[in-house]
Write a protein that binds this ligand. Structure first.
Ligand SMILES: [Ca+2]
Length: 509
């Protein structure tokens, strides 16, 4: 009994824990902490990259907007600027191009080059004095403002934005003191062979309707396009030139009966019996039917029966759905000039038109005249190219009558030619791209200048795929995280897939 009591009195001796537990606990703790830290760092990297992306994206968009505004300014003033420019060209001064929007570069690097004097120096102009004067003026202004700050006077907002709290420095180089770049492409719709605008208008005259059909004929007529109209497509359908043009008209005219493309002026476009849907039933996808209203976008041309990818490639860039009736001879390209020669011919069966060599020589000769300035006052032109006339519509007609470098007189219908050729453009596609870092933003505006008004047909803001990655935002973000390019989703939803990828990454850990 005593022995038991003695044992009870003894303090309870705990069993000593197994050795090494503390080390295990520390290790588990370390693993947990390292997972947490990794998670945090992955999270932060994603957020950091997203923040950089959003910052650059905003900067790029603003740069694109600046470019677009500058382009609108140029197109708005072109009507006034174009006249003196055409005059200069008429005097025979060689110009690299003849339209205002092509002569004034809208590229921030070139504009920067103009403000820092490097472009002027390239042309041998000494601008060091002006640059020095500007530098001196800037430093005087800097000193004045910094003294103002020392006297604790308030600054206006523009000045304050350049003030870092201690010191003010006017940005060097004037315009262009920004990060990133912008570039604007301006193209006019009037450089195209034919505009379908108002073609289907019920109020338009029969003569206008026929004239547009003739312009389309002139575009598709060259022999080199025979394969597009002679060979059957994959479905065994062959669409002749006149059917092709009739199908385009049937797409936009309001009735549902078929047009006969071979009709003469008085009947052209009037319903000639039969259904305009017939050519569409010949394809697997017979859901497509003529819209019976005007085009919503130029891409809609592709849906017209007989319009294959090859037709689109050959003609789509020369067919406008927005432009004015008259082609701007100052901006027309070679394919368009060829179609204009056909339009201007007083006899559309003139054998010269069927001679590809004659046509080629005439087109090339006209472009040579244009680039050398043409004109009687150009001494070189007078000697080497007596056929060169002024680079405007009147000059084009004279050039055709003389027969250009071929010296073979060509009969021109001046009235018809004059109705189809002009020297101005009113409808423009402005495509402005801003870039900051890897992020690009492109803004596209299609508009028409009607007097002082600006009619907008189309506006879009597109985020192109960043250069050097597999695709889109996802590509750029995950490219940095997982070393592989992501998907091609381009909108902001793609951040979800970034999250997903991150989760996968964590589960690997
Ligand atoms: Ca129709």
């Amino acid at each position: 009994m005593n022995r038991y009591l003695a044992e009870l009195k003894q303090p309870i001796r705990r069993k000593s824990p197994p050795r090494g537990v503390a080390l295990l606990m520390v290790m588990i703790g370390l693993v947990v902490i390292s997972v947490l830290i990794t998670d945090l760092s992955v999270n932060e990297t994603v957020r950091y990259k997203m923040a950089i992306y959003h910052r650059d994206s905003l900067k790029a968009e603003m740069l694109a907007r600046s470019g677009l505004e500058a382009a609108r300014l140029i197109t708005a003033t072109q009507a006034k600027l174009q006249k003196p420019l055409t005059k200069v060209a008429k005097l025979g001064f060689p110009l690299p191009d003849f339209t205002v929007w092509k002569l004034i570069p809208l590229d921030s690097s070139i504009l920067k080059g103009l403000t820092d004097g490097s472009i002027q120096s390239m042309f041998g102009l000494d601008v060091s004095e002006s640059l020095q004067t500007r530098g001196e003026k800037n430093s005087e202004r800097n000193t004045a403002i910094n003294e103002q700050v020392e006297r604790s006077e308030s600054l206006d907002d523009t000045v304050a934005s350049h003030f870092d709290g201690n010191h003010f420095e006017i940005p060097e180089g004037g315009f262009g003191a920004f990060e990133g770049s912008f570039h604007v492409d301006i193209s006019d719709e009037e450089r195209k062979s034919v505009s379908l605008r108002n073609w289907q208008s019920p109020t338009g005259s029969q003569a206008q309707r026929y004239a547009i059909a003739q312009r389309l004929f002139a575009l598709v007529e060259p022999e080199r396009y025979d394969f597009l109209f002679d060979e059957p497509d994959a479905y065994g359908n062959r669409v002749s030139r006149s059917d092709f043009i009739a199908n385009i008209f049937d797409w936009i005219d309001q009735n549902t009966s078929a047009t006969n493309g071979d009709d003469q002026e008085n009947d052209w476009g009037r319903s000639s019996g039969g259904s305009e849907d017939a050519p569409y039933r010949a394809y697997d996808n017979d859901d497509v039917q003529p819209r019976n209203d005007f085009f919503v976008s130029p891409q809609e041309l592709r849906m017209i029966a007989g319009m294959s990818d090859a037709h689109m490639k050959a003609f789509a860039d020369s067919i406008s759905i927005y432009g004015d009736t008259k082609v701007n001879i100052l901006s027309a390209d070679q394919q368009v000039v060829e179609s204009l020669i056909r339009v201007c011919a007083s006899d559309n069966r003139d054998p010269l038109l069927a001679d590809p060599l004659w046509m080629e020589t005439m087109v090339q000769g006209w472009f040579m005249c244009r680039s050398s300035g043409g004109g009687a006052f150009n001494p070189d032109a007078a000697v080497d190219t007596p056929f060169c006339q002024t680079p405007d519509a009147a000059g084009f007609m004279k050039y055709l009558e003389i027969g250009g470098p071929t010296q073979t007189p060509f009969a021109v219908d001046k009235g018809k030619c004059g109705d189809n050729i002009g020297e101005s453009s009113r409808t423009f596609t402005l495509r402005s791209t801003g870039q900051t870092g890897d992020v690009k933003r492109t803004l596209t505006l299609v508009m028409r200048l009607a007097g002082r008004e600006e009619e907008r047909y189309y506006f879009s803001s597109v985020l192109p795929i960043p250069a050097g990655t597999g695709g889109g935002v996802t590509g750029m973000l995950t490219g940095g995280l997982s070393g592989e390019a992501g998907g091609d989703i381009q909108d902001d939803d793609s951040f979800d897939s970034v999250e997903l990828e991150r989760d996968e990454k964590e589960s690997e850990l």
